[in-house]
Design a protein around this ligand. Sequence first.
Ligand code: SF4
Length: 285
Amino acid sequence: MFNIRVAESAGFCFGVKRAINIVERELKRSKLVYTFGEIIHNRFEVDRLASMGVQVVNRVDDIKKGDVVVIRAHGIPFTEERQLKMKGARVVDATCPLVKDVQQRARMLRDEGYQVVVFGNREHPEVKAIVDYSYGSAIVVAGLEDVGVLGEFDKLGFISQTTKPMNDFISLIPMVFQHTKELRVFNTVCPATFQRQDEARKLAKWADVMIVVGGYNSSNTTNLALICKEVLSNTYHVESESDIDRRWFLEVSKVGVTAGASTPQWMINRVVKFLLDIGGKMGNG
Ligand code: SF4
């Protein structure tokens, strides 16, 4: 028998909820709705939407005049959005307002003559879009090593991918400053992400085992799992209840559950139900 605590912040953030609502609203108007890239990084939710008539496209060439195309929560490059509009598609922007804010700051900094530096994962769609908004000029740094080889600039603007850990972003600022005479920093880490990470860390300190639910391709879920693992080695990142091994819970009294911002509530419920079925009970213990 073990106690289960679920983080209050687990599951959809407001930006993801908003994007899903926009897709569902568009589905009421058209039988077929396209999303440019997966609307969120969760294959189960993407499958649910597909069963309702949502198709994922990844190339502008796959879109024709009159198609309804929803832009995913973490945005797309400016140039691709323009190409979609030029093709005559009806583009519905579900980019999270906080992601839009980073894109616009990247552009503004570039327009004002700053070399833009983005702390993030250069392969992540959000970061690719931010780079595009800086007219392709932004430099992406993944950590200390990349900052070390930045070069020298008169004016430098430093921003972060929204889902990066706040402490990591802040810790890089003094190092970035060594590469410029003037540094402008915008804290573009999403507060919902920060709150989720803070709560996950506290829950991992309480727990004997942490379960972090979310897509393996979800950046914020992966970061959550890493943060929990720093505190508790018995941390497991799962996509669904079928990834859970009962042996993780032998001689365990406290199990914490959290989930990424792109994890639907119904999936969290399935994981919790599984834990209840194998002997867990809700409570602080
Ligand atoms: S994690 Fe933050 S930035 Fe990303 S969609 Fe959610 S609210 Fe927006």
